[in-house]
Design a protein around this ligand. Structure first.
Ligand SMILES: NC(=O)c1ccc[n+]([C@@H]2O[C@H](COP(=O)([O-])OP(=O)(O)OC[C@H]3O[C@@H](n4cnc5c(N)ncnc54)[C@H](O)[C@@H]3O)[C@@H](O)[C@H]2O)c1
Length: 353
C-alpha cells in the first residue's frame, strides 16, 4: 500500500466520476488538478450506474487491488441513478471502499466563504469555520441487522449500532491531533449517551481518556439534539466536532446549509498515510443532471482536500481563496442565484488561480 512518506514516484489519483452531475463536476475538478499539479497522474475509471446496467460490474476485485497497490487517492463524483433503485453499485463502490480501505475518518469542513450565502442572520466567515470528524466505519451503517416475518403484520426489523473501543478511540484521537496541528483549542464530542447508554458510555469514557492527553485543548460535550440547536444559534462556539457515523451524517448536512448550500460542501474519507477517497457531499442530483448547471465548487474544494492529503496543503488554501473570490464576484451557478454553467464556473475559478 502506498504511503506519503515512502513515495518516490509521482502521486496517482484514480478518478471515478460516477453518475449524474458527478460526471459534470469531476470533469471540472480534474481540469483544476491538472492546472495546479501537472505532475499528478490521473486515471479514469468507468464505474457507476451506466457500467452496472451494461455488464453488471460494480467495483471489480482487480480494480480494487490496483487502487491499493498503485494509487494514493480516489476522486469520486457521486453515485445514484433512478434506473438502479437497489443502489447496489453505490453500496459496493462507495460504502465498499469506505469499509474495505478502512477509511475511518470522514472529515467534513463547515466553512462559510461568503457571508451572503449563510442563512443565519448576522453570521459571517469568522463565525462558521468548523471541522467535523465523523466516524466512518461503525455505528448504524455496517449493515448488521435483519428482518423477521417480513411483509406481515408481525414484522420485526433490527439494525445494530456498533461501537468498538478501537473505532471510537481512533476517530477521537484524529480530531484532537488535527486540532493540535492546526492551532485549534476547542474539541466538542457529540453523542446521545443519555438515551444510548452502552455505545454512548463507550464514547464518553474514551473521550475523557484521549482528552487528558491534550491538556491545552478544551474538551466539551453536547448531546446531538443540543448540538443541532447550537449550530444554528451560535456556530462560532465550535472549532472541531467529533461524532459518530449517523449523527455526523446529519450534522454535516445542516453544516452544508450554513456554509451556503450542498454545492459547496466537500469531504474526505481518510485513513492517514494510506489510499483515501475524496468526494463532494452532494449526490448525483438527477433533477439537474445533463443540464450543465451543477455547481462544481464542492468538487473543487474536495480536490483541495485531496491535494492536501497528497502533501500539498498550500494548493488547498489557494483553491479555497479562488472559490471565495468567485463567490464574492457572483460567478456562480443558478442554485446560488447566478447564470453561469458548470464549465463557466470552472473557467472563473481557474482564471483566479
Ligand atoms: N456520496 C454520494 O455519492 C451520494 C450522496 C448523496 C446522495 N447520493 C445519491 O444521489 C441521488 C440523488 O440524491 P438526492 O437528490 O437526495 O441528493 P442530491 O445531493 O443529489 O440533490 C439534492 C438537491 O440538491 C441539488 N444539488 C446537489 N448538488 C448540487 C450541485 N453541485 N449544484 C447544484 N445543485 C445541487 C439537487 O439538484 C437536488 O435538488 C440518489 O440516488 C442518492 O442515493 C449519492
Amino acid at each position: 500500500m502506498s504511503t506519503q512518506s515512502a513515495r518516490t514516484r509521482a502521486p496517482k489519483v484514480a478518478v471515478v466520476p460516477g453518475d449524474g452531475i458527478g460526471q459534470e463536476v469531476i470533469a471540472q475538478g480534474v481540469r483544476l488538478i491538472a492546472a495546479l499539479a501537472p505532475d499528478i497522474e490521473v486515471e479514469w475509471f468507468d464505474l457507476g450506474a451506466e457500467r452496472y446496467l451494461r455488464d453488471g460490474t460494480t467495483l471489480p476485485d482487480d480494480v480494487f487491488a490496483r487502487w491499493q497497490a498503485e494509487f494514493d487517492a480516489v476522486y469520486l463524483g457521486a453515485l445514484g441513478d433512478p434506473r438502479v433503485p437497489s443502489n447496489v453499485h453505490a453500496k459496493d463502490i462507495l460504502l465498499g471502499s469506505r469499509f474495505r480501505l478502512d477509511l475511518y475518518i470522514n472529515q467534513r469542513p463547515i466553512r462559510l466563504l461568503d457571508a451572503r450565502r449563510c442563512p443565519l442572520k448576522g453570521k459571517g466567515p469568522q463565525d462558521v469555520d468548523i471541522m467535523v470528524f465523523r466516524e466512518n466505519t461503525e455505528d448504524l451503517y455496517t449493515g448488521v441487522g435483519g428482518t423477521f416475518k417480513e411483509g406481515t403484520a408481525d414484522e420485526v426489523a433490527q439494525e445494530l449500532c456498533i461501537a468498538t473501543r478501537k473505532g471510537v478511540e481512533r476517530i477521537i484521537r484524529a480530531a484532537f491531533a488535527w486540532a493540535r496541528a492546526n492551532g485549534k483549542t476547542r474539541v466538542c464530542m457529540s453523542d446521545k449517551s443519555n438515551a444510548m447508554r452502552f455505545t454512548g458510555g463507550l464514547w464518553q469514557r474514551t473521550f475523557k481518556l484521549v482528552a487528558a492527553e491534550y491538556p491545552e485543548i478544551t474538551a466539551s460535550h453536547l448531546y446531538v439534539d443540543v448540538l443541532a440547536m447550537e449550530l444554528v444559534r451560535a456556530p462560532e462556539r465550535f472549532e472541531v466536532i467529533v461524532t459518530s457515523n449517523l449523527f455526523g451524517d446529519i450534522i454535516t448536512d445542516l453544516g452544508a446549509i450554513l456554509q451556503g448550500g450542498i454545492g459547496l460542501a466537500c469531504s474526505g474519507n481518510i485513513h492517514p498515510g494510506r489510499l483515501s477517497l475524496f468526494e463532494p457531499v452532494h449526490g448525483s442530483a438527477p433533477d439537474i443532471a445533463g443540464k450543465g448547471i451543477a455547481n462544481p465548487m464542492a468538487a473543487f474544494l474536495t480536490a483541495g482536500q485531496l491535494l492536501s492529503h497528497l502533501g500539498r496543503p498550500e494548493l488547498e488554501a489557494r483553491i479555497g481563496e479562488a472559490v471565495r473570490g468567485a463567490l464574492l464576484a457572483d460567478e456562480v451557478t443558478p442554485e446560488l442565484g447566478g447564470t453561469l454553467s458548470t464549465a463557466q464556473v470552472g473557467d472563473a475559478v481557474l482564471a483566479r488561480l
